[in-house]
Ligand binder design. Structure first.
Ligand code: TYD
Length: 219
């Protein structure tokens, strides 16, 4: 059996990173073998790339940004995600290809097809088993982002950019729901409620499949 690759997605301020940490803690308490990682980053090379991408220096061209996001992805796929899946672990990843389709494809206006092409190469065939899309109103996400003490290069972009990201997630969700196994989460609820919703989704999603696996093994 192979582990499961579960991605947390949504606009800045949707709360996905907090929920991913809560879910990791609960899975740990339940004794479920898993790792929690993030993009851009998640490997030594990826974290260096993250520094370039999210630091405040220079005028990075959108194409450079898209390629660096994809380069960080290529590294984490080979070094972290595939190896942990082969060890039957759940891999929880804070952001993956949807972020590039939305932020670079739509936000930076590079086009969905260009981003798909670059990322097909970077992902080397590894698609998520489940993508959790944290849906929240533009106004609420703005309010939550405003509470942060420090903002990275992307978070500092103007409200128009963030509005295109917010709307872009809905567009990509509709177009790629089946390809990336996307499930929409109501992220406007309380932290406790959203955490519980996500845990329920994860634990129920493969229940039937695991029972079949166990039956097959018992035969
Ligand atoms: P994130 O880790 O969610 O930021 P934080 O740690 O502050 O919660 O995401 C970092 C930023 O990088 C976020 O603004 C989205 C952006 N990003 C892209 O533009 N494209 C991508 O492919 C990825 C993975 C992230």
């Amino acid at each position: 059996m192979r582990g499961k690759f579960i991605v947390f997605e949504g606009p800045d301020g949707c709360g996905k990173s907090t929920i991913a940490k809560n879910v990791s803690t609960i899975l740990g308490e339940m004794g479920v073998a898993h790792i929690l990682t993030r993009e851009p980053g998640g490997t030594d090379i990826g974290e260096e790339i993250r520094g370039l991408l999210l630091g405040q220096t220079g005028n990075m061209s959108p194409r450079t940004e898209a390629l660096l996001m994809a380069a960080s992805r290529a590294q984490i796929v080979e070094e972290v995600i595939k190896t942990n899946l082969e060890e039957d672990k759940y891999v929880l990843c804070d952001r993956y290809v949807l972020s590039s389709l939305v932020y670079q494809g739509i936000g930076r206006k590079l086009g969905i097809n260009n981003i798909l092409e670059v990322n097909d190469f970077a992902m080397n065939g590894l698609l998520p088993d489940l993508t959790l899309y944290f849906d929240i109103s533009f106004e609420e996400a703005l309010k939550r982002r405003g509470k942060r003490d420090t903002k990275d290069r992307m978070e500092n972009l103007e409200d128009d950019f963030h509005k295109s990201i917010h709307d872009g997630y809905e567009v990509i969700y509709k177009e790629f729901e089946k390809v990336y196994n996307i499930v929409k989460i109501d992220a406007s609820k309380s932290e406790e409620e959203v955490t519980k919703d996500v845990i329920d989704i994860i634990l129920n999603k493969w229940r039937g499949a695991n029972e079949t696996d166990n039956c097959n093994r018992a035969r």
